[in-house]
Design a protein around this ligand. Structure first.
Ligand SMILES: C[S@@+](CC[C@H](N)C(=O)[O-])C[C@H]1O[C@@H](n2cnc3c(N)ncnc32)[C@H](O)[C@@H]1O
Length: 224
């Protein structure tokens, strides 16, 4: 599905999030750089926007995705960002990562985990490749809790997003799927429990933009 919607992904993202996605990605980067990191794995990187946000001299970033067309766009964009030497875009599966245990200081995922076929497998893989004391930062959709924001959310996910999918990507089904998966994905305290069950500790949740997304951060235990 992501191979099909790749050419219009960035445009729809911008309209769909009313341009808030940029500030969410910046927050992910700020959380990552609260620690001293030299190596980062960006999982389900798509067209690379979180990886670009984190690009810095002397920090090695590997950005993986299993949709080649999304990666092609990321590589094309990296020419403008002048980040060729810093970000290494690779085709890989989040649920079977090809990296050794304890490889990265930080792992990030933006709007990726809810698309995993096996969520626990994907989370365990990210845990495995993190160095002890390494940090994972996950940006993912949530469902707002107040009545007013629930109404706005309902209209947004059921009308605006499928409309944008049809008008721009000529594919309302893909965007209906994205809305539905957002509605059904475990978020907040439930997702925190899943992170704890995977082995992560110190889980923190930051709610953004009336609760439509959450940023989760958590650490790998020292002795794992
Ligand atoms: C909604 S996009 C998010 C892209 C980007 N991280 C962002 O913030 O815009 C989800 C991405 O997850 C990727 N994806 C889904 N399952 C995956 C898996 N098992 N391994 C690697 N990438 C995966 C898709 O190909 C797609 O590019």
């Amino acid at each position: 599905m992501f191979n099909i919607i790749a050419p219009t992904y960035d445009t729809i993202n911008k309209y769909m999030t009313l341009n808030s996605d940029k500030s969410w990605r910046k927050k992910v980067s700020n959380i990552v750089y609260k620690k001293n990191v030299k190596s980062i794995l960006d999982v389900a990187t798509g067209t690379g926007d979180i990886a670009f946000e984190m690009a810095k001299d002397n920090v090695k970033i590997i950005a993986i995705d299993n949709a080649n067309e999304m990666l092609e766009i990321a590589k094309e964009k990296s020419k403008d960002f002048n980040t060729d030497s810093i970000i290494d875009f690779q085709l890989d599966d989040a649920e079977n990562l090809t990296f050794s245990d304890n490889s990265f200081d930080a792992v990030t995922v933006g709007f990726g985990v809810r698309n995993f076929e096996d969520l626990k497998k994907g989370l365990s893989e990210m845990y495995r490749v993190l160095k002890p004391e390494g940090q994972i930062v996950i940006l993912e959709t949530a469902v707002p809790q107040t009545i007013i924001s629930k109404i706005g959310y309902f209209l947004h996910t059921n009308l605006l997003i499928p409309f944008l999918g049809l008008a721009i990507a000529k594919n309302s089904n893909a965007y209906k799927y994205l809305s539905k998966s957002a509605k059904n994905f475990p978020h907040g305290e439930r997702f925190k429990e899943i992170l704890n069950e995977t082995g992560f500790c110190d889980v923190a949740i930051e709610s953004e933009t009336f609760g439509v997304v959450n940023i989760y951060s958590a650490n790998k235990l020292i002795n794992n």
